[in-house]
Design a protein around this ligand. Structure first.
Ligand SMILES: [Zn+2]
Length: 239
């Protein structure tokens, strides 16, 4: 049975003499591998359509019990050309689809998140997209930081953030490891919702701190596999 679905191309590599294998994240957030036969021939219908970072409508089939399907058609819906022309944003884009490839259990909503985030990068946004991406990912994974009350006593005075505890703390409950959070809280709330204007108004130090907190939180709650991300991004996310 032929399946027709939108998908983001996560990876593509040569296979045998003339073909390619692509790894995709389909619109129902499944990861699949497909062989695109003859894709390296100059007149292939696939040429240009199955590059990583593309959003494309694919037609394919997978025989029961097989892990590798066969691609029949690929129609590009968004090639994210502007993002691909800018090395800085391209590296952020690569990092986002790398997470899509590596996250141990892809969950509902991951496709939509990747699609929206690549769209934001294509429009010219940069580091702020990574923060949006991560906070949305934490939510999809069921591990969003609690940021509306102190995670220990429930107080509404939220001056500190505790990575291991998973959210904000009041002054009384804060430990040595808690980070002073007051100047960052509102900015994070905006970025989480994709309100990126706030990023332009922030100073360098606060930006760096938000990136570090976001990455640290991800590392602690999503797992060590995320560690390689720091070598892929075009900016520092560790102290
Ligand atoms: Zn407290």
């Amino acid at each position: 049975m032929l399946i027709r679905k939108d998908a983001i191309i996560l990876k593509s590599y040569d296979f045998r003499n003339t073909s390619k294998i692509i790894h995709i994240l389909s619109s129902d957030s499944q990861r699949l591998s497909l062989v695109a036969k003859g894709a390296r021939r100059t007149k292939s219908q696939f040429s240009g359509n199955i590059e990583p970072l593309n959003l494309a409508q694919l037609v394919y089939y997978i025989k029961p019990g097989k892990s590798l399907g066969t691609l029949k058609e690929a129609n590009i819906k968004n090639g994210h050309q502007l993002l691909k022309k800018d090395l800085y944003r391209l590296n952020i884009g690569w990092s986002l689809i790398w997470i899509g490839r590596k996250i141990p259990s892809p969950m509902d909503g991951l496709f939509g998140l990747e699609k929206r985030s690549l769209g934001f990068l294509d429009k010219g946004f940069k580091e702020e997209v990574l923060i949006y991406f991560f906070f949305s990912l934490f939510k999809l994974q069921g591990i969003p930081p609690q940021m509306d009350k102190c995670i220990t006593c429930g107080s509404k005075e939220l001056d500190y953030f505790d990575i291991e505890g998973g959210g904000t703390k009041c002054k009384k409950c804060a430990s040595k490891e808690s980070l002073f959070f007051t100047p960052l809280k509102e900015s994070i709330e905006s970025l989480k919702k994709g309100r990126f204007q706030v990023w332009k108004t922030m100073n360098k130090k606060d930006k760096k701190e938000i990136l570090q907190i976001t990455f640290k939180y991800g590392l602690y709650h999503l797992g060590d596999w995320l560690n390689s991300l720091k070598n892929m991004l075009p900016f520092e996310i560790t102290p």
